[in-house]
Design a protein around this ligand. Structure first.
Ligand code: PEP
Length: 252
């Protein structure tokens, strides 16, 4: 038995007006939390401050979906870690597959973003995952290890203390295809083994590893039952209050 507190995180992506975000967070503050998990939501930047304000006094923590690597400057449209923190973000996603594939975030860029977040005391949810081609070529574990190695390059175990890893197979995000619990467990166990080798067994044992990719109210229980799955990062179903509430309150 481990004593890692599970995490259920929702990534709202580029969805929701201010009013829709306000309704959703208000509903989620009443969702209950029978498993005493950590609950995180990542609204889009336009809603972040409002959601943070409405979540105050609840157990829900607020994450940004991304941060820039500089604190300020001529980077039109980007948001710095200073601004994210000021708006109410205690955590940030970094390396979501949509950032990697749509916006071209490389391992090198992600490494600078991790540094920026840590510099400002923002907790990092670092996302990794393989494409379908990589899985079919038998390269899943190699790809994940390389993303971890390069994205987290040059940080000490002390600096990375509290980092959260999210394993999100690209082929399962927003597709309705979910990795089987066994596939998720295999990768999570390998991520943990990598962390033990690269840092220390104690660090690996303490680090939460989330699964993401079409997690639903109907499959969360079996995914959460796997020993190395410490939580879920949820896209689509985190936008629907009663579905996300069911995911938060998964059955053991
Ligand atoms: C995500 O965007 O992180 C995600 C896992 O999305 P979905 O749950 O919709 O697959």
């Amino acid at each position: 038995m481990t004593n890692r507190t599970p995490i259920i995180a929702g990534n709202w992506k580029m969805h929701n007006t201010l009013a829709e975000s306000a309704d959703l967070i208000t509903a989620l503050t009443k969702a209950g939390n029978k498993n005493h998990v950590e609950i995180i939501v990542a609204p889009s930047y336009t809603s972040l401050a409002k959601v943070a304000e409405l979540a105050k006094g609840s157990e829900i923590q607020i994450a940004a979906q991304d941060v820039h690597w500089e604190d300020k400057g001529a980077f039109t449209s980007a948001v710095s870690p200073v601004q994210a923190k000021d708006a109410g973000a205690a955590l940030t996603l970094i390396g979501h597959s949509e950032r990697r594939s749509v916006f071209g975030d490389t391992d090198e860029i992600l490494n600078k973003k991790v540094a920026a977040a840590l510099r400002h005391g923002i907790k990092v949810i670092f996302c990794v995952g393989e494409t379908l081609e990589e899985r079919e070529a038998g390269k899943t574990l190699e790809v994940i290890e390389s993303q971890l190695k390069n994205g987290l390059k040059d940080f000490t175990e002390e600096q990375l203390n509290g980092i959260i890893i999210a394993y999100e197979p690209v082929w399962a995000i927003g597709t309705g295809k979910t990795a089987t619990p066994e596939q998720a467990q295999e990768v999570h166990a390998n991520v943990r083994a990598y962390l033990a080798k690269a840092y220390s067994p104690a660090f690996a044992e303490a680090t939460r590893i989330l699964y993401g990719g079409s997690v639903k109210d109907s499959n969360v229980d079996e995914i959460m039952a796997k020993p190395d799955v410490d939580g879920a990062l949820v896209g689509g179903q985190s936008l629907i209050a009663d579905k996300f509430a069911r995911i938060i309150n998964f059955n053991k």
